[in-house]
Design a protein around this ligand. Structure first.
Ligand code: SR1
Ligand code: MG
Length: 417
């Protein structure tokens, strides 16, 4: 796929409901998937995220989801933005779908003039965050997301492919600079400084914000996470793997919304997902629900690690060994190198998890999870606890070397609730 020049899309028009119907009718394969005649299709808007317009269309035979970029942030029209994000989402789906066909959606069509992406509709699925806010917690979904991160990142890393293919893909995704800038600013920079985009719900949170900003260890770690995000192109990342980017019916789970895709450290995807599980944990009123979250965090990491190492092992057994970067035949050296690699991903995961918790509580884009707590003082207590946990993760006064260390720290912060 050639990167489009978004500024040259002169015929671009944002679609309304009737425009969606007309557009879909011009695409024979999509019209056949929906079945019947266009006037019989039900078309409705389901835009939910911060950036784009999203529509569903349903016909007698099936459904599709149509996503169109706007020339600005959907929730803030004064924040202008180029249109090319749906191009990168389409490119992401084309790169990873062959490796995770059961865990994401296929790109059925991309229109480079209108910046429209079409994927199959997911009827019967609910956004994972919405499901969790309604009290449905799924360890099986956590295992599936771990598997998704393992398969999508391994397949697009130097461990799986010749460097020439990786470099070509990096060239493509290196152009996703608008959304990479959002991540660098909103996730990894703004919360650690005074910035007009930051906000938080209650003044009682302010002393923790001040403490975060006054902590040399937090400042140093956030600086190194920013550098790591931009300078460790280990694999093609989803780039925004929060629980709003996951749809599930409890059995079938699909990761959507890969518009932030870029090459980066694998722990970024793992960290964002873990961070969102932990935000949901702190927003969960009861101990039983919290315990299920601990299961999900553990299950996610275990599934990721097991899946990643299994793929690595399979790769070593493959006949073509010419692109193996860890090709020593000495088993114990190999195992040592692999454990170091996973340990590095774990350290990144802890750091990006903490960064996600912090930015979703005091940055520009918050999570809805805490709105289930109707008592404002309980909501503040829980948000403060989440922030203090994240602060400890960044400071690591006691090193977090393993999942057990990480869970022990989490447990400590939960027991204070
Ligand atoms: C202006 S975009 C704000 C946030 O929404 C997206 O989903 C990403 O998480 C981004 O950081
Ligand atoms: Mg999104």
């Amino acid at each position: 796929m050639t990167t489009p020049n978004a500024q040259q899309a002169s015929s671009y028009t944002p679609l309304d409901l009737e425009g969606v119907r007309t557009f879909l009718a011009t695409l024979p394969a999509i019209a056949a998937r929906l079945g019947g005649t266009p006037d019989a299709w039900r078309v409705w808007e389901v835009s939910d995220g911060n950036l784009n317009m999203v529509f569903l269309a349903e016909g007698p035979q099936g459904s599709v989801c149509l996503k169109q970029s706007l020339p600005h942030v959907r929730v803030d029209p004064s924040w202008k933005m180029p249109l090319d994000r749906t191009f990168f989402e389409a490119a992401y789906l084309r790169a990873v779908f062959p490796h995770v066909p059961d865990l994401t959606t296929e790109c059925l069509h991309f229109d480079a003039e209108q910046f429209i992406l079409i994927v199959p509709g997911l009827s019967g699925h609910t956004v994972m965050r919405t499901a969790m806010m309604a009290g449905h917690f799924y360890p099986s979904v956590a295992a599936q997301v771990g598997d998704f991160v393992a398969r999508s990142t391994f397949a697009t890393s130097l461990l799986a492919e010749p460097f020439e293919r990786i470099m070509d893909r990096r060239i493509c995704f290196a152009r996703n600079q608008t959304l990479t800038r959002i991540t660098v600013d909103l996730v990894l920079t703004d919360p650690y400084h005074d910035h007009p985009r930051n906000h938080w719900a209650d003044q009682q949170i302010t002393p923790i914000v001040d403490a975060l900003r006054a902590s040399p260890a937090v400042q140093a770690r956030s600086d190194s996470l920013r550098l790591r995000f931009l300078s460790a192109p280990q694999a093609l990342l989803h780039g925004d793997l929060h629980t709003g980017s996951i749809m599930t019916d409890g059995t079938d789970t699909r990761i959507i919304d890969g518009e932030f895709a870029t090459y980066g450290p694998i722990g970024f995807d793992a960290g964002l997902f873990s961070g969102n599980l932990i935000l949901s944990l702190f927003a969960t009123p009861d101990r039983a629900g919290q315990a299920l979250h601990l299961d999900m965090i553990q299950t996610f990491w275990t599934s990721f690690k097991k899946g990643f190492l299994a793929l690595w092992q399979d790769r070593e057994w493959a006949e073509d060994r010419s692109t193996l970067y860890y090709a020593t035949t000495d088993k114990s050296t190999q195992n040592f190198e692999k454990s170091l690699f996973i340990q590095n991903i774990f350290q990144d995961t802890v750091g990006f998890c903490a960064a996600e918790i912090i930015r979703r509580t005091i940055g520009y884009a918050h999570v809805a999870d805490f709105s289930v707590l109707t008592d404002p003082s309980l909501r503040t207590t829980r948000q403060k606890a989440a922030l203090l946990f994240a602060k400890d993760c960044l400071e690591q006064k006691k090193p977090l070397k393993s999942l057990a260390d990480f869970l022990e720290l989490l447990y400590l912060h939960m027991s204070a609730l």
